[in-house]
Write a protein that binds this ligand. Structure first.
Ligand code: G6P
Ligand code: 1S3
Length: 617
């Protein structure tokens, strides 16, 4: 039906022309999400990276809607005059006492955006909750701050869209695309008041699926047998589940990000998604391949410096034979596959020891856990490294001058006599105080609850203690990496470029941006067949293993089997020569182009077309 619509309706291919849908002006699209101009997790990446593709299709008829956040708005938002249909609706809201901002989101593509001050609808919370219960049978608790925010955002969005619909819908058709349950509360409310527009709802996970996966090691095998209502009650998420379900059923077009999540939608929400909308990125390709290879070299040097500061006070190893691997993501220990990764690392350690390879693996676990501060010893080692650098620079300068003068005078001096005694002594003292008796630390920060931390406990259990003889060393960095970080002093994407392999064998992962980001930066990655991305790869690119993206089989394998496969995959990577690694980086970087929004954005356009076709207004 979609293909047919595309073939027969000029509006499907060229939104600028009047269509058989009537003589109204071209339709407009609003995209509503909790993470619009408000970074929490992956949905922010979806919205932000997709903007250029949406703007190139919809132009000025595209507008995002999000909650006003007083930390991000001053940085990412620029106000515009309240003109045009959306500007007018915002003006009307303001006049009625509901503050809303209209302007541009300062990201690539500079789209229009409305930011709603959700606190202004708080006074109606009880009424909203009553309506949800009376009209839609959704119970909501009294004292849950997040649910209260979600409902306030839903009501503010409803007000905005109602005003826009009342003024504009006779002139042009409106598509409202909602993301995730946190933006979905407006969907049942709008349908009940017969809002004159088309609604798309995309879920980026199911809340119940996430809870069940966290608690049930055979979640996927049992998926079709769960009683969703009963389980939602059991996990005390009836309100969230009810809102998600109502949004899924209320939308003209219901979509999700992968076939993995589609199965959850069918069984836990009771509606098959109409379309799958895989996530893309804005892939930045360099004109010449050597440019990104040079970046790898440059950023790897920065990681070398961290490694020296972290490990070398205890003992040193050959950096030229060191491979950097990492995993990263929100701290959902089991869901993000951190448990499997650590088990596989313990096996890899043993494997590398017995194979007697010269390779050392330094593995970084990057997440965000409650911490007090950066570890003082880690900062001291880092500072000491700078002291070495200063001493080396001073010695280089003084030797350079002496050597030049002597050479000009016609003789080569004894190089040993050229180093100033002061610097010789200073260097000796630094080396002395640089040495440490114990093993290199595992964790870079002082954690709030070191004794109960899941990653640390498993590292202890697997005896990965960074002993000199260990071929696998681990650095647990319980904070996200950015340029203000004192230990690395680099942005996350620079860090990724400097590594050799990203490892993301998730158990619950509707899509999974981390491996995609990794390959887009030219770094090979491992994912799992339970992630939407891994499942997509298996379908569109069966030969992905040779292209630098491996998919660990977790769907029909137990923990032990999956750990074995992951260990083998990492071990095989350790066997590659430098030349082979360089070739693999080239291959993976070029393959990532498939995931550019200019390819995948088409799926969104299809969903919007389908919504316009289905809505009778
Ligand atoms: C890039 C650089 C090369 C460097 C190589 C190291 O390709 O252009 O000059 O030798 O990285 O690769 P490796 O996989 O050993 O970090
Ligand atoms: C979700 O974020 P998460 O890490 O909670 O949405 C992301 C964007 O669609 C997706 O990549 C991820 O798998 C989901 O889990």
């Amino acid at each position: 039906a979609v293909t047919e619509a595309l073939a027969t309706d000029p509006a499907a291919t060229e939104l600028g022309k009047p269509s058989r849908r009537g003589r109204r002006a071209d339709p407009m699209l609003l995209e509503i999400a909790w993470e619009a101009c408000n970074q929490v997790g992956g949905i922010y990446t979806v919205l932000r990276s997709k903007v250029p593709s949406m703007v190139s299709r919809w132009g000025n008829r595209y507008c995002l809607v999000g909650p006003y956040n007083d930390k991000s708005a001053p940085i990412e938002f620029e106000p515009s005059p309240l003109v045009g249909p959306v500007g007018q609706a915002v003006k009307q809201m303001n006049e009625m006492g509901y503050r809303a901002e209209y302007g541009r989101w300062l990201v690539s593509g500079r789209p229009h955006i409305v930011l709603l001050h959700i606190g202004d609808t708080y006074k109606y919370l009880n009424d909203i909750k009553y309506r949800l219960w009376a009209d839609h049978g959704i119970p909501t608790p009294n004292d849950d701050a997040l649910i209260n925010d979600v409902l306030a955002f839903g009501e503010s969005t409803r007000l905005l869209l109602s005003m826009l619909g009342a003024k504009e819908s006779h002139r042009r058709r409106i598509v409202a695309h909602f993301h995730e349950w946190m933006a979905g509360a407006a969907v049942p409310m709008l349908r009940r008041e017969a809002w004159p527009g088309s609604i798309v709802f995309t879920t980026h996970a199911t809340l119940l699926g996430r809870y069940l996966a966290m608690h049930n090691p055979v979640f996927y095998d049992h998926l079709s047998f769960f009683d969703a209502g009963h389980e939602a009650k059991h996990f005390n998420i009836e309100a969230q589940h009810g809102l998600e379900r109502a949004a899924a059923h209320g939308a003209h077009v219901f979509t999700t990000v992968s076939d993995v999540t589609a199965a959850e939608c069918t069984h836990l929400l009771g509606r098959d998604p109409d379309l799958l909308l895989p996530n893309g990125l804005n892939i930045e390709r360099f004109a010449a391949i050597h440019e990104f290879q040079n970046l790898h070299k440059q950023y790897k040097q920065q990681i070398h410096e961290f490694t020296m500061g972290h490990f070398f006070p205890s003992y040193s190893f050959d950096l030229d034979n060191t491979l950097y691997m990492f995993t990263s993501g929100r701290y959902e220990y089991r869901n993000k596959g951190m448990d499997l990764t650590i088990e596989a690392l313990a096996r890899l350690n043993h494997r590398l020891k017995t194979a007697e390879t010269p390779v050392t693996v330094v593995f970084f676990i990057i997440t965000k856990a409650p911490v007090r501060s950066v570890n003082v010893a880690a900062l001291e080692s880092r500072a000491m490294l700078e002291e070495f650098q200063n001493a080396a620079d001073a010695i280089k300068e003084s030797i350079g001058k002496e050597l030049f003068n002597s050479a000009a005078a016609g003789h080569i001096p004894d190089l040993n006599t050229l180093v100033d005694d002061y610097w010789r002594l200073r260097l000796r003292r630094s080396i002395q105080s640089w040495k440490r008796d114990g093993l290199p630390p595992i964790v870079t920060h002082d954690m709030v609850d070191d004794g109960k931390d899941a990653v640390l406990n498993q590292l202890r259990h697997c005896q990965l203690f960074n002993a000199p003889e260990d071929r696998v060393k681990v650095v647990f960095h319980p904070d996200f990496i950015n340029s203000t970080n004192p230990l690395f002093g680099m942005e996350y994407d620079q860090f990724v470029r400097g590594t050799h392999l990203g490892v993301f064998p998730s158990y619950y992962e509707p899509w999974g941006y981390t491996p995609l980001e990794s390959i887009a930066l030219g770094v090979p990655a491992i994912t799992s067949d339970l992630s939407g991305f891994g499942s997509y790869l298996a379908q569109v690119m069966p030969g992905h293993d040779d292209q630098g993206i491996s998919v660990v089989h977790r769907r029909h394998a137990d923990f032990n089997g999956a750990a074995h496969e992951l260990c083998e995959s990492m071990f095989n990577f350790c066997q590659l020569s430098r030349r082979e690694r360089i070739t693999l980086r080239n291959t993976v970087e070029s393959f990532s182009e498939h995931f550019d929004w200019h390819n995948l954005g088409r799926r969104y356009h299809e969903a919007h077309e389908m919504a316009l076709d289905r809505d009778a207004h």
